[in-house]
Design a protein around this ligand. Structure first.
Ligand code: NAD
Ligand code: G6P
Ligand code: MN
Length: 441
């Protein structure tokens, strides 16, 4: 049987050990001959890589492992690039979240001005990695889950339209796991879903079991009372901020009880609430640095010191299996049905054909086929048109180095109250992002 070679880009990411464990656990589905790490921060990557090297040597000595900051070494002889980079790392995420809060506008990793700032940093780095991949392994696929996925996807649509990149997000997967729990199902794989929207901006319109029974009524009954909060006892690992987000879904759902919403809609439908519940001196970036980052790096250092990963405390992120599902679907032509971020092209009939939308696709060895969504309701259509325009304007601004377009993008964001506030935030973001953004004229 053919064995595959994978490079994980963003080798120093806090998610890398979980992805490695997940790849190991699913080796029967995606047999591996090689795993490589690639990062542009040698020091950060080395800690994670040395620990994973020990882990792999003990658990899977037959898989060749290496790590590098050299693109040629990283991207040569690979079948899949699993990309999860964070340009500017948490230090810049913190600024993305805190700068808008100065003006009482929400600060979020991928939504509103923070997401726009992050998008302006990410576009160039993702394009560069696509070019490395195409130069050194022209047949490879990039499975990209680097954020902000919506803006990255629009940029690759515009600037690398023929590249083998698939953009994907784990939020619907995480929510569907909760839905399966609400329904008392063994796994989300027992549900067939219809979903449409943009990335971090979508709705489930239909959920059935494999026999075709409608599961929406039972889900709606739960969501109307508790949002996506399920059995807190079984979810002790869920941090408070995420728990609040799952609970707030109750109010998001009330705005349109015909569908079930993605958690991220909270930022667009209740921005005032989000600002009121934010601490401008301590945001999610601080929480992540204090918890996940500290924890993952401490475990890595412990493995390196002990020289063994025997009692390793690295955890696999259950959601991460969607990455193997995707690679397996391409490698073995499984025709799996998954949500991907793809060019609309008529799949949503009454929506811009050039917008990047998140919809179910059927995946096989030659890529993906989109499923047909048909007409969407006025409420969703209106929201999506505004947000898709924001994403397109950001990419325009990046391409042309245009201050005007970026100001328009911020002004159009539903999270920003006026053009004057947009301008103040933009000027602060420009200052903070020197060296990361193209020069704006
Ligand atoms: P992190 O900062 O821990 O890791 C990111 C790594 O990327 C760092 O080691 C950094 O040095 C590296 N990097 C930055 N710029 C690079 C470049 N140009 N080339 C190569 N490497 C580069 O971040 P994290 O919290 O682990 O998140 C990683 C990424 O995954 C983020 O973009 C995050 O938003 C994304 N993410 C996406 C999903 C999804 O569903 N789409 C889920 C979780 C995380
Ligand atoms: C979800 C989203 C990702 C996002 C992450 C943030 O998984 O789908 O796109 O990056 O949440 O999580 P964090 O723990 O870093 O705040
Ligand atoms: Mn996501």
């Amino acid at each position: 049987m053919e064995k595959y070679s994978v490079v994980i880009a963003g080798g120093g990411s806090t998610f890398t050990p979980g992805i490695v464990l997940m790849l190991l656990n699913h080796r029967q589905r995606l047999p591996l001959r090689q795993i490589k790490f690639y990062d542009n921060d040698a020091e950060r990557q080395e800690t994670i890589a040395k620990a994973c090297e020990i882990l792999l040597r003990e658990k899977a000595p037959e898989i060749a492992f290496s790590y590098t900051t050299d693109p040629e070494k990283a991207f040569t002889d690979v079948d899949f690039v699993m990309a999860h980079i964070r340009v500017g790392k948490y230090a810049m995420r913190e600024k993305d979240e805190k700068i808008p809060l100065r003006y009482n506008v929400l600060g979020q990793e991928t939504c509103g001005p923070g997401g726009i700032a992050y998008g302006m940093r990410s576009i160039g780095a993702i394009l560069e990695m696509i070019d490395f991949m195409e130069k050194y392994s022209p047949n490879a696929w990039m499975l990209n889950y680097s954020n902000p996925a919506a803006i990255v996807a629009e940029a690759t649509r515009r600037l690398r339209p023929n590249s083998k990149i698939i953009n994907i997000c784990d939020m619907p997967v995480g929510i569907e796991e909760r839905m399966a729990e609400i329904l008392g199902l063994k796994s989300r794989q027992e549900m067939i879903v219809k979903y449409y929207g943009l990335n971090h901006f979508g709705w489930w319109s239909d959920i059935r079991d494999r026999k075709g029974h409608d599961l929406m009524p039972k889900l709606k009954e739960h969501v109307a009372k508790y949002g996506y909060v399920v059995n807190p006892e079984a979810h002790r690992e869920t941090e408070q901020s995420w728990n609040d987000t799952f609970a707030k879904v109750k109010d998001v759902y009330a705005v349109d009880p015909d569908t079930l919403p993605n958690t991220y809609l909270k930022y667009y439908l209740f921005p005032d609430y989000v600002v009121r519940h934010s601490d401008p001196t301590y945001t999610r970036a601080n929480e992540v640095m204090e918890h996940r980052e500290k924890n993952v790096f401490a475990i890595a250092r412990e493995i390196i010191e002990k020289g063994t990963a025997e009692h390793c405390r690295f955890e696999t992120d259950a959601h991460a299996t969607y990455i193997v599902d995707l690679a397996e679907a391409i490698a073995f032509n499984t025709k799996a049905r998954m949500l991907l971020i793809v060019e609309n092209g008529g799949a949503i009939e009454n929506f811009d054909p050039t917008a990047m939308v998140e919809i179910p696709c059927i995946i096989g060895s030659s890529g993906y086929e989109k499923t047909c969504i048909g007409q969407i309701p006025q409420f969703q259509k209106g929201l999506m048109e505004q947000q898709a325009a924001v994403e397109k304007l950001v990419v325009e601004a990046w391409i042309h180095g245009s201050y005007q377009k970026l100001w328009q993008a911020l002004t159009l964001s539903k999270t920003v109250p006026s053009a004057s506030v947009a301008r103040q935030i933009l000027d602060d973001l420009i200052d903070a992002n020197r060296g990361y953004w193209p020069e704006l004229k």
